[in-house]
Design a protein around this ligand. Structure first.
Ligand code: OOG
Ligand code: NI
Length: 302
């Protein structure tokens, strides 16, 4: 994704993407293969369906804080999703204009964790006594972009990380990775024939050596069959903790989405179809499995 650098939202999205691209090897690997195969002619031809962030449900943080950044740029809060087993809440936000990605933001229901896990999370987040987004000048895109890269709390010890990991892989991910972009999502249906179904696209990904999340099957399909999603599995990264220990942990991943035309627009010709004629939003059962793209079970499994 790349936008004109003339408004704060463009600056924020470009900066998020640049950090993400540098960290997640699969991003350039996939882009370069698409360029080589002539599927796209420049990176900007790849349409970004959505980006995602993870947050902790504690005072002054969580969705209630995070959403203010993107709402200031015209994003609108849409449907709510609940993930009982993973103890998560989420919302998606629709973009202010065509060409911008949707945003999916989730939040850990911290109060439902064990006392031990809660104590670790609060040890790091309780020094945050006011909402950090409130003191940002969001009109300044550079300031907002820097905020999203800034550690809001101190690094935990490796032991604390391992305790969190055992109970909630999501908690462990956020305590270390914070607001780093969790994934961007390539719109498959925008690509040329031979690549614009998830089956074909996944074959291409496998052919270039990309490992896919297979939780609940490689292709996750919504009940109405109109939203289909796949994702890579995060690589492992050396992460240094406050006790000086380095352990390999999960980072971010890449997702792929195919949104079909809604039944009421079935009669439109190919040239008439725009994004508003396609299935919008997200799907709880798909998302539940996509979260596992950063889980040990997917990373270490075959
Ligand atoms: C988000 C997982 C859900 C989707 O598109 O349904 C998701 C995450 O891993 O934080 O991305
Ligand atoms: Ni996603």
């Amino acid at each position: 994704m790349h936008f004109e650098e003339n408004n704060p939202l463009d600056i924020v999205l470009n900066d998020l993407f640049e950090h993400y691209r540098k960290n997640v090897a699969d991003v350039d690997k996939i882009t370069n293969a698409l360029l080589e195969m002539g599927v796209v002619s420049v990176q900007d031809d790849i349409v970004n369906d959505h980006i995602a962030f993870r947050t902790l449900g504690v005072p002054n943080l969580g969705i209630a804080s995070f959403e203010k950044i993107f709402q200031a740029y015209g994003y609108v809060k849409r449907d709510y999703y609940y993930f009982e087993g993973k103890k998560l809440d989420a919302y998606w936000f629709s973009p202010p204009a065509e060409g911008y990605p949707r945003i999916f933001v989730s939040e850990l229901r911290v109060k439902e964790l064990s006392k031990e896990a809660q104590d670790i999370i609060y040890k790091y987040t309780s020094p945050i006594t006011s909402d950090p987004v409130d003191s940002l000048n969001l009109k300044n895109g550079e300031e907002a972009a820097a905020f999203l890269q800034k550690p809001l709390w101190a690094l935990p010890t490796s032991e604390e990380y391992e305790i969190l990991l055992k109970e909630s892989e999501y908690a462990a991910w956020v305590i270390y990775n914070r607001y780093y972009l969790n994934h961007y999502t390539i719109s498959i249906y925008e690509l040329k024939d031979g690549y614009n179904t998830l089956e074909e696209f996944n074959d291409f990904l496998v052919s270039i050596g990309v490992k896919l999340n297979n939780s609940g099957g490689v292709i996750k399909t919504s009940d109405d069959k109109l939203l289909r999603q796949s994702s890579t599995v995060s690589a492992l990264y050396d992460a240094k903790f406050s006790d000086g220990k380095t352990i390999e942990i999960a980072g971010s991943y890449v997702e792929f989405a195919e949104r079909s035309v809604l039944p009421e627009f079935k009669n439109l010709s190919k040239g008439e179809i725009t994004s508003k004629h396609r299935r919008d939003g997200f799907e709880t059962n798909n998302a539940d499995k996509i979260f596992e793209s950063t889980y040990t079970t997917q990373i270490k499994g075959s």
